[in-house]
Design a protein. Structure first.
Length: 334
């Protein structure tokens, strides 16, 4: 498989890999929603300054204090048995581009945490994987609102296969560029300016290659993972909700709140894992339920929020759980 074979067939490849792409897009949309509401449930990320590209821009150099704080923050509010415990003393720069640095810290039990730092925006939040034997290519593409057709796009991640020497970015307009796989399998690439519009509109594909050019793995980043739709334009679930916690204890849920995007709802209920059900008040399609103090830890086992019609028909249902529960359930992702 060479470049001339890949670029013209990108749309077909995107279609073939759509299920994986959908999963990536869903995770990106979830992270986007989490970050946009994160001021309520998690302390704002401390951003590294552009000074990170001075003293800290050499491969193998220690992570700056702001990145160390971000790496440590992955365990903030988590119970001891759910903490990842990244070895921040070993956090080092493992991949560089013109405008970005990737810092990596191993996990004692296998896996890693990494953070991408970009010029002008700083730290983009730690991403962790507890999988000691990953496969394929992991992909991280941060964004900053508002996203425009000419907004910079930086792609980073890790290639699992130790034989990989380069990662090729295949653009939907027929172009491509290759970057080196650097330390510990990490790569980082700044999308070339003349391809930004195509990437924002149609996404891109990444191919990990050996020294001889043979492909080892590939991944697709769909357009909505790069240019998330606005709140008004994005598709909505019938029930959308978030939970409010404190950074001190993510096993607690203080409030369950959200909005309905479905017609014909007569009433809404929240059901705890033990079967206890409470009716939620609705205000113009919105709800905001204050969890009683004695039940604030009960959503470490997922419950559900259900919308009902006047005649008792179930119209929509959505699980609800504490941040720490979802953290434990998704901790193997990379």
């Amino acid at each position: 498989m060479n470049e001339s074979q890949l670029a013209p067939n990108l749309e077909a490849i995107l279609d073939d890999l759509l299920p994986a792409a959908d999963r990536l897009a869903a995770r990106r949309r979830a992270r986007a929603r989490y970050r946009r509401t994160g001021a309520v449930i998690v302390v704002a990320v401390v951003l590294a300054s552009s000074a990170a590209f001075g003293a800290y821009s050499i491969l193998g150099s220690p992570a700056p204090p702001s990145v160390v704080r971000d790496l440590r923050s992955v365990d903030r509010g988590m119970p001891r048995d759910l903490r990842l415990n990244p070895d921040v003393a070993q956090a080092r720069a493992v991949a560089l581009s013109r405008d970005a640095v990737v810092y990596f810290a191993p996990l004692i039990g296998g896996g890693y945490c990494a953070e991408l730092v970009t010029r002008g925006a700083g730290g983009r939040g730690a991403v962790c994987s507890t999988d000691p034997s990953p496969s394929g290519i992991s992909v991280t593409i941060p964004f900053s609102d508002p996203v425009r057709p000419d907004s910079p796009v930086t792609v980073s991640g890790r290639v699992a296969d130790p034989r990989a020497r380069t990662v090729q970015l295949v653009y939907p307009d027929g172009g491509s560029q290759s970057v080196a796989v650097q330390r510990a399998g990490f790569y980082v690439a700044d999308v070339a300016a003349d391809h930004l519009a195509a990437v924002h509109s149609h996404g891109l594909m990444l191919v990990a290659r050996r020294d001889d050019g043979k492909p080892l793995a590939q991944a697709v980043a769909p357009s909505d993972a790069i240019t998330p739709p606005s709140e008004a334009d994005r598709p909505h679930d019938p029930i959308e909700l978030d939970t409010v916690s404190t950074e001190a204890d993510f096993t607690q849920v203080l409030r369950v709140r959200g909005r309905l995007y479905i017609r014909g709802v007569d009433h809404l209920t929240l059901k705890y894992a033990d079967g206890t059900t409470v009716r939620l008040s609705l205000d113009g399609g919105r709800f905001d339920y204050a969890v009683p103090a004695e039940r604030r830890h009960d959503l470490m086992q997922p419950g559900s929020v259900t919308a009902w019609s006047a005649n008792g028909k179930l119209l929509a249902q959505r699980p609800v759980a504490a941040v720490a529960y979802w953290h434990a359930a998704n901790s193997g992702g990379g």
